[in-house]
Design a protein around this ligand. Sequence first.
Ligand code: F6R
Length: 608
Amino acid sequence: MCGIVGIIGNEPVAPLLVDALKRLEYRGYDSAGVATLEEGQIARRRAEGKLKNLASRLNEAPLYGMIGIGHTRWATHGKPTEQNAHPHATDKVAVVHNGIIENFKALRDELRADGAVFQSETDSEVVAHLVTRELKRVNDPVVAVRNILPKLHGAFALGFLFAGENDLLIGARKGAPLAVGYGDDGMYLGSDAFALAPFTDRVAYLNEGDWTVIRRNGAEFYDAGNVLVERRIITTQVGSGLVDKGNHRHFMAKEIHEQPEVIGRTIAHYIDMATGDVRLPTDIPFNFKDIRRICLSACGTASLAGLTARYWFERLAKLPVEVDVASEFRYRELPLDKDTLTLFVSQSGETADTLASLRYAKEHGATTLSVVNVATSTMARESDVVMPTLAGPEIGVASTKAFTCQLTVLAALAIFAGVQRGTLSQERARELAQQLIASPGQVADALLLESKIEQVAHKLAKARDVLYLGRGASFPLALEGALKLKELSYIHAEGYAAGELKHGPIALVDEQMPVIVIAPRDHWFEKTVSNMQEVAARGGQIIVIGPKGTAVNAALTPIASIDMPDVVTEFAAIAYSVPVQLLAYYTASIMGKDVDQPRNLAKSVTVE
Ligand code: F6R
């Protein structure tokens, strides 16, 4: 993870580096730093914590150099302290790094034996010392970098700045993205085109293994074999404006409220509103009739969208689905064949484990289909079939609107599969499509419950542990509720299949334990209500999310009821996501937590 940037400009670059880093904070926000050349010497400012700390450090002690590099960090090796913040530097070179140098221990021992003194606990610092040692030998920065790159094992995007070199930046890429920007006022290096968008829309991407030498008048590219190569400059469509919060206090609140609109937009992309038939916007190179099973792989919330969709594919298309978190899938050595469809779900399209799973599936001859939100992402580029979610940019670290749009696309795909496999009649498929079309309205109705949910959140904010229960397609939502509460409020929470509780976890239930029961009126409703009775009998503090009257009809007195629209729909998980998201949002807000950037997390997880 981590975001890197470099600028050769005609004015002091430190404020510009900070602007670019703001756009890379989704890659990490543990610490940040910049280095520029001040009268030919490397000068650094670094700060622990969010980028605003670096900005205040620069206000107190400005830098004036017209060439520089910057970094925003998600810690892998070494705590997120100022000492471990990038750039790492010697008096000869400063380096910013995204990725992991896997052989750093061996390199560090070797460099220490040669007299290098390390100042941080990071893997990245070895790169600065390797270049410094090589510079003593070859006295040429370009040759020095070229010579040390093959020594680095692992994944990296690197940016280098050299003492005494006012017109030289070097970048290198292996396993992590890097782009060169061509501006009117300078040349740029960055982790992505979005970071460079305030300066230029003309970028050239480095290919895997490439390294680049950037000067004011342009850039040269070399491939992994050090052969001079051409890399095409393209004009990107990335807007230079930063997405703002509108009238909301947080991006997360804004994104929760955008759901009726973005789910509606996604539905319109997949359902022909005139006929009510699901239609896929791209041709698919297979027929679901020939598919024997789906293997679905994703991480975190995206994997829970997949787990929900499993119920839909199995019920509607009679198609077995295996769901794995991608960090397991990639190493499971799962046998794949041409009758297996591999399905990947990702907001960013860059998540390292999901991408590695996709590549595994391709190498093993399976057809790959990805549901992604970022249309220009690596996963979108590498998949056989791409089904976009039209959620728009999601800035809050906790996924909300991307999740419900993933559910929407997967629901449409399950209907489509059912029709192709003959398990759904045309009429039933249209009925189901109508249920999906109704979901933005149900989401909007659920949003009207916001102030009630805020009151309930006051109760959760006092809890030490919380249980979420659900059955069937609501079971993954119970897991999602617990995940959201944990990541935003740092309250311990667990999600369980409601029927599983009595096999152990019910021992946790007492008068202190809020138990949130997700109970839409679906195939599993009566069973869920019975499980609720079991919790009540043990003094559990029940919070029901279900149709009005659920608790009263069951003669229960919950501590709170969140009365959802009473509709029968196969796709209740979409509308029921809203109270789950709002509960976590308000609980964390009441507790004064940073809901948009929770501790230890990053929006895009590009390391395994
Ligand atoms: C949790 C959350 C994460 C992501 C996960 C996958 O709220 O957002 O669990 O869902 O890191 O990210 P993507 O979807 O970008 O692959």
